[in-house]
Every structure is written in structure tokens, then in C-alpha cells.
Design a protein around this ligand. Structure first.
Ligand code: DGT
Ligand code: CA
Ligand code: ZN
Length: 598
């Protein structure tokens, strides 16, 4: 909890963290250890195949809903996804002794601090090894020194530009807010916590609050609220879960814990009749709450997490948030809008937009199949879209210059069309199947397909996956070239950021927006929670200028179609209405728009 006003009743019972075991490694610590092994092996020059096995296992550990220790005690470590015999033995040794002989020997060969250098965006193991072997660099500040004194530029395969990129990467690493987790990585865990709390006797409601409820793309910690007449049994059950690694503070209204996966959370328990004010308070944002309290005061109420209080001291209790906003004369403000970006003044004028919702989306306009790097066949993707109620599905596999994704040449596009035509006959009247491409915007600025091929396709998504670290001017020019092509309908994941670490390309966003507006090119909100690209700020700017957006899952497997709501939340945070999102347009309007673009 940062910068919190200490309210009465916070954490009076314990002041020290209480570890559950004398000696224990959490899932997070185990995962970090496996990632360290992967990093050091990679610097040593081990194969991707081997190092990736450690990374996969680490990821599985973070996604566990149980403590790895209890799985180990049952002898079931190998039931964890990606954990085979060798890795399970290592986890066992770590859990038993807190040490790992294999890792100790590895550290003797490759200095552990080199793993920190691997955290620098866009710096790979080969470069780290080069700096270490040639210049003896093992620490971040040594690397920065070497870059500033131009020593890196002299090394084989480096040069001025690469050196500048290393420096920019170091800056980015230093700027990075520590410890924030991508929304998509904590989402399922948060839902499981809600289900757990809702299942407890005496709990009448449970909701997430804080940044997760507002759907910020990263969250610092988890805030969870439960409504119950008696808080003690709820708190007891909460801290008694196997996944709780430490209890950091415990009180009647609020308990703070750290889970085994490294996530910190606070549970607030309030009586059901006060749940509305409590949820409104804990949802934030802090700045939104300041505005709402100001407005409440102007109406003669003081608003706290416990109640609205009149000037004579009498209380108005609110069981729901709707009642809170109504009591102070405001329409309900959806959590996604509560960032103090003008929503309170807009609410006062009754001028909040009618926000788009996931249920408004009828068309998926960017998906992959086994024809390139997807895991689902075209039929499986169509079935998945149909079962989720979509009326339009697009197969837009990668184009040929993205070799690692098995991109398609024109001949394979033509073969693919035959299969699509057959599916179209079969699914006639049930779902519309569009044949598209995710066309590479190449590093040299060219596009993979000539205009006649693009005109023949139903829809063209143009994206950039290589050369994203080119100087701003160059990478912006490539994007503009794609935006200005009359056959390009949508720009996919426009900035190329990856959460939490990879910053987007150094784009001149205002130039991108102006060109998109002029050429009628739609910008994507990629719903994959690693991307959420455009982000909320950029999406809002695009909408202000009158640029329509597309919300696409970019599904590489049937179940990825369920990630749509992450993209919708970005649009909601950008105040988007259904009219501003082409996936929500009536199908005939969408198809007419596509035909008109050629
Ligand atoms: P995070 O965790 O950094 O992603 O961001 P939040 O928004 O979840 O913030 P957090 O966890 O510090 O606090 C949860 C909520 O509690 C926050 O959204 C609003 C409320 N809150 C936090 N600090 C303050 C404060 O200093 N004053 C007031 N009025 N409310 C606060
Ligand atoms: Ca929080
Ligand atoms: Zn894609």
C-alpha cells in the first residue's frame, strides 16, 4: 500500500510479516530461480530448446493456483505443465534445501549479475556475452560507463547506433516502474480469488477494486472487497489459503498478504449495507475519488469508504455503487473511466458517452490459423467464433517476409482461398468468413504484396514485427507508407509495445493519427493482454480526431477469442462508443465499408 491515508482499524494486530514456514520458497521465488538458470545458460550459449524449457516451467509456476510446495509434498511436480523429470528434481532440491547445486556450479562459470543485463530491453545474450568477454563487464553501471565512453561502439558487430540503443535500453530499464504486473497475468488469479470469497459462508458479495477493476494495463497490487456482516471469519479463510506466502498486516477492515506467485493483495471486508461506498472508495483512482468527494461536499455530504455523511452527522448507507453516485446526483460512472480525465465534469453535465461493451462486438477482423503460426485450423477458428456469437471472422495469416511465422506467399494465399471458399459454402447464413492478411511492413519500408493482391483480399491488416527499433523518423515513415496505401484497412498493434517491458517503437504518433484520418485507415486496439496496443491514451486521442478503431484479438488459437474483453476495456478507458469501433458496426455497414476501400 503506497501513499495511503492510514485509516483507523488498519493493521493493528500484527506489525511483522509472518512467514508460513521457517524456510520456504514461494512459487515466485522458484520461477525467478528458473529464469535465472535460463538467462545464465543462454549467455553461456546453450540452445534455445534447453533454455526455453526453464522459461516455460517458470511461467507455469507463476500460473499455479496452488503452492508448489504442496504439489511437491504430494510427489506431483511433474503434473505441472512444462515440468519434466530434470526440472522437477531441481525444484525439489530447492524446496528441500533452499539451494541448487546445478545453479551454484553455473554461477561459478557465468557471473549471476549478467542476468541483470539481460533485463535491458532489446539486449540479447550474445551481446551480454560479448561485453563480458571483451570488456569484462558484469554490472549495469559498468555497461553504462562503457557505452558513455564509446567503448561499446568499437566492438565487433556493434557501432554507434547499437551503442546508442544500449544506452536507451539502460535508461528504459531505470525508468521502469518496479513490480507492476500486466493485467492479463493477474486476471485469472483475481477471478479465482473472487470465486473463493463468494463461496464462503456469510459473504454476500465480492468484487475486485483498484487498478484491476479499472482495467489499467498493469497493476501494482490487487484490491479485493468482500461484503459480510462479520469480517473475522472471512479474513481467517483468506489468509488460510495455501497460496498465501506472508501476511503483511491484519485488521478488521483490511488484511494485506503476499501470495506465493509474488502478487500482493489487500482484502477489505465491509458490512453489506456499506459495500457501495467501500467499493467506490477502493476502486479509485485516487484522483477520481478526490473529484467525487469535492462534488459530494458541494452537495452537503462528506463521502468516506464507510458512508455518505450529512452535515448534521447522520449517515446515508449505500449497498451498491449505483446508490453512491445517485445520492450525490451523478449518473453511474463505469470503473474504466475513473481516472480523472474529465469524467466527473462530464457526469455533472450528464454527458458521459454510451460506452462500448464486449457484447457489442460482432466481427473479429484479425486472426491466424495453422496456415501461418496459429494453433487452430481455419475450421476450428470459424467454429470458435461461431460458438462465441461472432457474425464475422477473418482469417488474416502472416505474409511471407515474416519467415519465423511461416508467412504466406501469393500462391499459398490462393490455395488458402480455395479452402475458405469451401468453408463459406458450409457456413453460409451462419457466419461470414473474410479472407485477409496480416501483411508485413518490411524493415526496408516496402509492403509484402502488390496492390492487385491487396485489392483481391477482403481485408488487409498491415503490421510491423521487424526493425521496430529503427530511429523514429524511419519507423514512422514505414508506418505512414502503409497507412497511405488505399488497400490497407487496419494498422495492427500500431506501436509494437509488449507488456510489461518492451516499449513501443519511437513513432511520431501525431503524424500517424493525421495520416490515418486523411486516408480513412483504421487503427487497431490489439486485445492480447501482452499488447493492449493502442493503449488507452492513444486510443482516446485517435477517437477525438475522429479516427475509427478496430478491436481485434489477433487470435493464434481458438481460445484467444476470449481475450476480447481486454481490448474492449482499452476502448472503454478511451471513452469509445459502439459507433466508433468498426467491429461493432452492423455487418452490412462493415462489409460495405470494406468493399468501398477495395
Ligand atoms: P496500483 O495498485 O498501483 O495498480 O493502483 P491502485 O489504483 O489499485 O491503487 P492502490 O492499490 O494504491 O489503492 C487502491 C485504491 O484505494 C485506490 O484505487 C483508491 C484508494 N486509495 C489508495 N490510496 C488512497 C489515498 O491516499 N487516498 C484515497 N482517498 N484513496 C486512496
Ligand atoms: Ca491496487
Ligand atoms: Zn497477428
Amino acid at each position: 500500500m503506497r501513499g495511503h491515508e492510514q485509516t483507523a482499524g488498519d493493521h493493528p494486530t500484527t506489525s511483522h510479516p509472518t512467514p508460513r514456514y521457517n524456510f520456504s520458497m514461494t512459487n515466485k521465488e522458484l520461477a525467478d530461480t528458473l529464469v535465472l538458470i535460463a538467462d545464465l545458460l543462454e549467455i553461456k550459449g546453450e540452445s534455445f530448446f534447453k533454455t526455453n524449457a526453464y522459461r516455460k516451467a517458470a511461467e507455469s509456476l507463476l500460473n499455479l493456483s496452488q503452492d508448489a510446495r504442496s504439489i511437491w509434498e504430494q510427489g506431483e511436480l511433474e503434473s505441472i505443465d512444462g515440468v519434466g523429470k530434470a526440472i522437477s528434481e531441481k525444484i525439489g532440491e530447492l524446496l528441500e534445501t533452499g539451494e541448487l547445486g546445478f545453479l551454484n556450479r553455473l554461477k561459478a562459470e557465468v557471473p549471476e549479475s549478467l542476468a541483470t543485463l539481460m533485463r535491458i530491453p532489446d539486449l540479447g545474450p550474445k551481446k551480454v556475452k560479448l561485453f563480458w568477454e571483451q570488456l569484462g563487464i558484469t554490472e549495469l553501471d559498468q555497461l553504462e560507463q562503457a557505452a558513455r565512453s564509446s567503448q561499446l561502439a568499437e566492438l565487433p558487430g556493434m557501432g554507434e547506433k547499437s551503442q546508442a540503443r544500449v544506452l536507451a535500453g539502460i535508461e528504459a530499464l531505470k525508468r521502469r516502474p518496479t513490480g507492476r504486473m500486466p493485467l492479463g497475468e493477474v486476471w485469472d488469479f483475481a477471478q479465482a480469488q473472487l470465486a473463493f470469497l463468494r463461496g464462503l459462508s456469510g459473504v454476500t458479495a465480492a468484487e475486485t477494486a483498484g487498478s484491476l477493476r479499472r482495467m489499467r494495463d498493469t497493476v501494482g497490487d490487487l484490491d479485493i472487497l468482500a461484503a459480510a456482516a462479520e469480517s473475522e471469519p472471512v479474513m481467517e479463510a483468506f489468509v488460510g489459503q495455501g497460496m498465501v506466502a506472508h501476511v503483511e498486516g491484519r485488521g478488521p477492515t483490511k488484511t494485506s498478504v503476499e501470495f506465493s506467485n509474488g502478487l500482493r493483495a489487500q482484502l477489505w471486508v465491509h458490512p453489506p449495507e456499506r459495500f457501495g461506498t467501500a467499493l467506490q472508495y477502493a476502486t479509485g483512482s485516487k484522483d477520481h475519488n478526490v473529484r467525487v468527494r469535492e462534488h459530494a461536499l458541494a452537495q452537503g455530504y462528506s463521502l468516506s469508504e464507510h458512508a455518505l455523511t450529512r452535515e448534521d452527522g447522520s449517515e446515508i448507507l449505500c449497498a451498491t455503487e449505483e446508490e453512491v453516485y445517485a445520492a450525490i446526483g451523478l449518473p453511474y460512472i463505469p470503473p474504466e473511466m475513473r481516472e480523472d480525465r474529465g469524467e466527473v465534469p462530464a457526469a455533472m453535465k450528464n454527458a458521459l458517452p454510451q460506452l462500448i461493451e464486449t457484447g457489442d462486438i460482432v466481427a473479429e477482423l484479425h486472426c491466424h490459423s495453422t496456415w501461418s503460426d496459429g494453433r487452430g485450423t481455419m475450421r476450428e477458428m470459424v467454429e470458435a467464433a461461431l460458438s462465441r456469437g461472432r457474425k464475422v471472422i477473418t482469417i488474416s495469416d502472416h505474409s511471407y517476409s515474416l519467415g519465423i511465422a511461416n508467412g504466406l506467399q501469393v500462391e499459398r494465399l490462393e490455395e488458402q482461398r480455395k479452402e475458405i471458399d469451401a468453408l463459406r459454402v458450409e457456413y453460409e447464413g451462419r457466419i461470414k468468413i473474410l479472407h485477409g492478411t496480416e501483411m508485413e511492413i518490411r524493415a526496408d519500408g516496402g509492403l509484402d504484396f502488390p496492390d492487385e493482391v491487396l485489392a483481391w483480399l477482403d481485408i488487409v491488416v498491415a503490421s510491423l514485427h521487424v526493425g521496430m527499433r529503427q530511429p523514429g523518423e524511419q519507423v514512422t515513415a514505414r508506418m505512414l507508407n502503409a497507412i497511405c496505401n488505399p488497400h490497407v484497412d487496419i494498422i495492427g498493434h500500431p506501436t509494437n509495445r509488449l507488456l510489461p517491458d518492451r516499449a513501443g517503437s519511437d513513432l511520431e504518433m501525431e503524424a500517424i493519427f493525421q495520416a490515418a484520418l486523411e486516408h480513412g485507415t483504421v487503427l487497431e486496439i490489439n486485445a492480447n493482454p501482452q499488447r493492449m496496443d493502442l493503449n488507452d491514451i492513444h486510443a482516446r486521442r485517435a477517437l477525438e480526431l475522429g479516427i475509427p478503431l478496430a478491436i481485434n484479438t489477433d487470435a493464434h488459437a481458438p481460445e484467444h477469442l476470449d481475450l476480447l474483453h481486454f481490448g474492449v476495456s482499452v476502448a472503454q478507458r478511451a471513452w469509445a462508443t459502439p459507433e466508433q469501433v468498426i467491429n461493432a458496426w452492423p455487418v452490412e455497414k462493415l462489409l460495405g465499408w470494406l468493399r468501398a476501400r477495395g
